[in-house]
Each structure stands twice: as structure tokens, then as C-alpha cells.
Design a binder for this molecule. Structure first.
Ligand SMILES: [Zn+2]
Length: 261
């Protein structure tokens, strides 16, 4: 069962060679947060489809993969011991940028028949390619590239005990006022801004380049918040519904528990 090596051009440094099967959302989220493979899953907001599988694609060369891994390890530590108001280092900016980049890149590599009209409409905008290139250059050079002030990263935190941590949501969204790439997993809700009528309205949640502190409240314009709450409320009720079902005695529970032992 030898693993076949995938060759190609690294999407970050653009060198040709062996490619890793890179995770859009870090591997540890699936292992640590989504404990129950039947309960936790990935919600693809594009067509509101759910999948129990980690999303991976041949994206990075081993060197670039390692670079992302360093930020991912810090994010992992924060997800278990971090709380609102805690200090963080510059890695958070890089981690968030890498997540928005990976998520958006994944969306653009999908076959058109996998995409909803809504997603296609967003991906057709020029700013999608511009944001991808801005984030790629920033990640590659360790410096915010020109354009970074346009394509900023924002952070919302998910409470440690919150059931939402059992699931992941990914998508590109248009609230009417803001167009963005949304990645919610574990402790983190990361919003990578693509376009906005009023960027300032999000500034209290911005992840600045450099040292900073984690937000103590999730602050965003009503249009963005109500939009996200609507999506996440549906997700939350699903998680509870599943938990209910699992707790209920049933004559045929075998389907519900497979993979948990
Ligand atoms: Zn590379």
C-alpha cells in the first residue's frame, strides 16, 4: 500500500516538486475537537452539504507545509488554553491569513457543478484573484503585501464549552454589505474580507499584524452578525439534535455509534 507521491507546483512558493496533501483546516481540529465522527462534521456552506471527511488538496511543498504547521501548532495551544483577552503573537495574523487563503483557494479549485450559483457569483469577482495573490505573497514573504489593508483578517471566538466546536463551517459569503471567506472551527471564527462597503465597521474584530490581544467580545456590523448567526444557529440546532438522538435509548443504535469505539 505504498503512498503515491503527488507532483506539481506548490501553490505558495510555486516551486515544482512533491506536494503534500494539505489540510484546509488543520488536522488537529478533526482529531481533538470533533471527537465523535458521527456528530462532528464539515458543513460546506456552498450547497449546505455536510461531510464527515477532512478537506485536503495537493497544495504545498514540504517546506511550505512546515511553515503552516508552526502557526497551526500555536493555534492548537490557544484552542485548549486560550481565553478572550489573552495576548497573542504575530503568528495569529499569519495563521488567519493562511486559513482564509486555503479556504478561498479550495473554493476556486472545485469543479463548477459542485458550486452553488451564489458561490459562483462571488468567485467571479476580480477581487477573489487579487485577495488570493495578496495573501499568497504575504505568506511567502512574511510581510503584509500591498493590498493587505483591503483584504484584512477578522477574528471571532467560539466558547470552549460551546457545541459548535463539534463542527466546522466553511464558505464564501455575501451579506450584502460585506463579501468574505468564512472559516469556523474549534476556538476560531476567521473572516477574510474580500470586499466591503464600509470596512471600518468591522475594525474591533480585526487581527492586526504583530502582537495583540484576543477580542473579549464578538463585535461586527448587524448585517454580518445576523448573517452568521443565522447560519450557525442552524448548525447548532443540528448538533443538539444529534446529541438528543444519541442520548435517547433506541433499539437500533448501531448506526449511531459506529466508529466511536
Ligand atoms: Zn512551497
Amino acid at each position: 500500500m505504498g503512498k503515491e507521491k503527488k507532483m506539481g507546483e506548490c501553490r505558495l512558493c510555486r516551486k515544482s516538486g512533491e506536494l503534500r496533501d494539505s489540510h484546509v483546516i488543520p488536522d488537529w481540529v478533526y482529531k481533538n475537537e470533533i471527537r465523535d465522527p458521527n456528530g462532528g462534521s464539515v458543513l460546506d456552506l456552498n450547497k449546505m452539504r455536510r461531510s464527515p471527511y477532512a478537506i485536503t488538496l495537493p497544495l504545498l511543498c514540504p517546506d511550505c507545509e512546515q511553515k503552516f504547521g508552526r502557526w497551526e501548532n500555536q493555534a492548537k495551544r490557544l484552542s485548549t488554553s486560550g481565553k478572550p483577552g489573552d495576548k497573542h503573537g504575530p503568528w495569529l495574523f499569519w495563521f488567519a491569513t493562511s486559513i482564509s487563503w486555503r479556504n478561498l483557494l479550495w473554493q476556486t479549485t472545485r469543479s463548477p457543478d459542485e458550486l452553488s450559483q451564489r458561490t459562483k457569483a462571488i468567485l467571479a469577482y476580480d477581487f477573489v484573484a487579487e485577495a488570493l495573490e495578496c495573501w499568497r505573497t504575504s505568506l511567502l514573504t512574511d510581510q503584509p503585501a500591498p493590498g493587505s489593508s483591503r483584504f484584512r483578517q477578522y477574528l471571532f471566538l467560539v466558547d470552549k464549552e460551546y457545541h459548535l466546536r463539534q463542527s466546522i463551517t466553511l464558505g464564501v459569503l455575501n451579506s450584502g454589505e460585506h463579501v468574505f471567506v468564512w472559516s469556523r472551527f474549534s476556538f476560531f471564527g476567521i473572516l477574510g474580507l474580500l470586499d466591503a462597503k464600509d470596512q471600518k465597521s468591522l475594525r474591533r474584530s480585526e487581527i492586526k499584524f504583530g502582537d495583540g490581544t484576543l477580542p473579549t467580545a464578538n463585535v461586527a456590523p448587524a448585517s454580518v452578525l445576523s448573517f452568521l448567526v443565522e447560519i450557525e444557529r442552524a448548525e447548532l440546532s443540528r448538533v443538539f439534535e444529534y446529541a438528543d438522538k444519541k442520548l435517547k435509548p433506541s433499539g437500533d443504535a448501531s448506526d449511531d455509534v459506529k466508529g466511536t469505539t
